[in-house]
Design a protein around this ligand. Structure first.
Ligand code: MN
Length: 325
């Protein structure tokens, strides 16, 4: 496929996003029990679509339902809930494509994914690991199931999160952080409740491992059945939790089943979680950028002119070179 066609067809959809802060229809509101941070809504799993031939994802945001910006600086949340891939001799995934203006962060829960980019970074992530790619001013990358994993096939579960870069860091040089599960700073919770692994930001004074361009907290929480945890996130930070596996009760009254996403109001109050069953949760919390943005396929910039520039630079080969498989 020629570069221009790629941009036109847009592997990632070709859409200009509007700014909005309202919710979709599948969101309910809940009242506030004493002291807890109010829940703004619970998003149900969406229909799935394929990204390349390797990722079967539901898109929680931006989703075009007015949720855009509500989780700023987090721009996109794609969840490949548990799915079985049969064995394949050809690695499945997404071929070479560009990004500018964001960071793409991939969380592996089941299965293995290999990353290669035009800045020369490569890596394989296995269950529990995180690959954190800063596209910044521009990079080409490809994302495939790890070859040997794909030969065997099996259960696959991944998240891809896009974090929008602040205006002043949009054109930062491309960078790659490989975060192994064992290297995430973690806290074992009392009463054998489980553990909290701090990917970014801070949990009760424990600092996360990732370097970030704006203040965010990202936790990988593993709870045993009936395990409980509570914590506070800054009231002004956009905050939510994706239930990867298992199911939970939040703030003692709201059931959030597997593959659902709970969004908190931007108000103070503790968040209390009790696991109904053994679970894995992804907690996202970040300071809103409060900057204008324009998203177009794999590019997220501040103005339409910058998007045009990104397309022009990409077509001129300024994003470097990366061979496809
Ligand atoms: Mn990508």
């Amino acid at each position: 496929m020629k570069r221009k066609e790629f941009i036109k067809k847009g592997l990632f959809g070709s859409f200009f996003l509007s700014v909005g802060t309202s919710f979709g229809n599948n969101v309910q509101s809940f009242s506030k029990p004493g002291g807890y941070r109010p829940i703004e809504g619970v998003l149900s799993p969406t229909n799935t679509h394929m990204v390349g031939d390797g990722f079967k994802v539901m898109n929680f945001f931006p989703n075009g339902k007015g949720f855009e910006e509500r989780m700023s600086p987090f721009f996109l949340l794609d969840f490949n809930a548990e799915v079985n891939f049969p064995p394949s001799d050809i690695a499945r995934g997404v071929g070479v494509h560009p990004h500018r203006g964001i960071e793409t962060v991939t969380f592996a829960y089941k299965g293995s994914v290999a990353h290669h980019d035009s800045a020369g970074n490569t890596g394989v992530i296995n269950p529990g690991d995180v690959q954190w790619m800063t596209a910044g001013g521009g990079v080409l990358h490809k994302e495939y199931h790890e070859k040997n994993w794909d030969k065997q096939g099996g259960t696959f579960e991944m998240v891809q999160l896009w974090i929008n870069l602040p205006k002043k860091h949009k054109m930062t040089p491309a960078k790659y952080q490989s975060i192994l599960h064992a290297n995430k700073p973690n806290i074992q919770l009392p009463h054998n409740a489980g553990s909290v692994h701090v990917v970014a930001g801070e949990f009760k004074g424990l600092k996360g491992i990732a370097n970030t361009f704006s203040p965010v907290n990202i936790y990988d929480i593993h709870l045993n059945a009936n395990g409980e945890v509570d914590f506070n996130l800054p009231a002004a930070f956009n905050s939510g939790i994706l239930v990867i596996d298992g199911s939970i009760t939040v703030n003692e009254q709201t059931a959030v089943p597997e593959n659902h996403y709970v969004q908190f109001a931007n108000q103070s109050g503790a968040i209390h979680i009790k696991a109904k069953s053994k679970c894995i949760l992804l907690v996202l919390s970040g300071e809103p950028l409060n900057e204008p943005y324009v998203g177009y396929g794999p590019f997220v910039m501040n103005t339409e002119d910058e998007i045009r520039q990104a397309i022009q630079d990409y077509n001129a080969g300024k994003f470097g070179f990366l061979a496809d498989n």
